[in-house]
Design a protein around this ligand. Structure first.
Ligand code: GLN
Length: 259
C-alpha cells in the first residue's frame, strides 16, 4: 500500500510538472512571418505589429506565447486545430474566413497596392484604382501575388471579397510578397499586387522597384480567434480596446512605421 501511494504521489508530481509546460499555460498564435511590418523574423525573434500585440496579449493573460510560423494559406484554417488559438497575420476580414474563425474588432485599415519596376511609367497619370485596373486589363500582363491572400483574389476575382478580377492577366502565386517582387526583378512577372504596408516596406528595402500609391481595395485587418473559445475573443477585444485607449497601440504602430 505504501508503495502504491508513493507511485501515486510520483505520478501526481509528474502530472504537475507536465501541466507546467502544457498547452493550458500557452497562447498559441499562427502567423506567416514574412509580412513586415506586421510579422517577420529578426534574429531568433518574431517581431512586428501583430507580434508585439501577441506578446502583450499573452502577458495580459499571464500565458507564455508560442508563435507558429506557416504558409499564409494555412493560417486561417489552422485555428482551432493542434492547439492554435488565434491567427494574427495582417488578416483581412472576409465572410468565407468567418466560417473558420471569429474575428475581433478590426484594428487596421488596409488595401492592395501595385508594385512595378522603377522605370515603368504606364501608371504615372493614374489617380484612381479604376484607371489602374483599366490599364492592366489591356496589357495582357503576368501579375505576382502571395498565395491565398486578398491580392490573389483581387487578380483572379472573388465573390467572397466582391472582386471582379482582372482581365487578360496571368496570376503567379508566391509564398510571400518578397519572393513575388524578386520574381518581378528577374523578369518573370510584370507587376506585383500585395498589401500596402508590406509593399511599401519591400520598396524601401529592394532597389529598382516602386509602389503606385493608389488604394486598389478597402480592407480591414482583424485577428481570427478559435470559434470554440468565445471568452478568448472577448478578452482579445477587451485588450485591443485597452491598448487603443492607453496609447500602447499607437506606440507599436509608430515604432514599426518609422523604419
Ligand atoms: N491581408 C491579406 C489577406 O488577408 C494578406 C495577409 C498576409 O499576407 N499576411 O489575405
Amino acid at each position: 500500500m505504501k508503495k502504491f501511494l508513493t507511485v501515486m504521489l510520483a505520478l501526481a508530481m509528474c502530472c504537475g510538472v507536465f501541466t507546467g509546460c502544457d498547452k493550458e499555460d500557452k497562447l498559441v498564435v499562427a502567423t506567416n512571418a514574412a509580412f513586415a511590418p506586421f510579422e517577420y523574423v529578426e534574429g531568433d525573434k518574431y517581431v512586428g505589429i501583430d507580434m508585439d500585440i501577441a506578446a502583450g496579449f499573452a502577458e495580459y493573460l499571464g500565458l507564455e506565447l508560442e508563435v507558429r510560423d506557416m504558409e499564409f494559406d494555412a493560417v486561417v484554417t489552422s485555428v482551432g486545430k493542434n492547439g492554435v488559438d488565434i491567427a494574427m497575420a495582417g488578416l483581412t476580414i472576409s465572410e468565407k474566413r468567418k466560417e473558420s474563425v471569429d474575428f475581433t474588432e478590426p484594428y487596421y485599415d488596409a488595401s492592395q497596392m501595385l508594385i512595378v519596376k522603377s522605370d515603368v511609367t504606364d501608371f504615372d497619370n493614374c489617380t484612381t484604382a479604376d484607371e489602374i485596373v483599366n490599364i492592366i486589363n489591356t496589357e495582357g500582363v503576368t501579375i505576382g501575388v502571395q498565395g491565398g491572400t486578398t491580392g490573389e483574389m483581387f487578380v483572379k476575382g472573388s465573390e467572397d471579397f466582391g472582386f471582379a478580377g482582372l482581365l487578360n492577366v496571368e496570376c503567379k502565386s508566391h509564398s510571400n510578397a518578397g519572393l513575388a517582387v524578386t520574381d518581378m526583378i528577374n523578369g518573370n512577372v510584370d507587376y506585383v499586387i500585395v498589401d500596402e504596408m508590406p509593399a511599401k516596406n519591400i520598396a524601401k528595402k529592394m532597389s529598382g522597384v516602386k509602389v503606385i500609391d493608389i488604394k486598389l481595395t478597402d480592407e480591414q485587418y482583424a485577428f481570427g480567434v478559435d470559434k470554440a473559445q468565445p471568452e478568448l475573443l472577448e478578452k482579445l477585444n477587451a485588450y485591443l480596446a485597452e491598448i487603443k485607449e492607453n496609447g500602447t497601440f499607437d506606440e507599436i504602430i509608430n515604432k514599426y512605421f518609422q523604419d
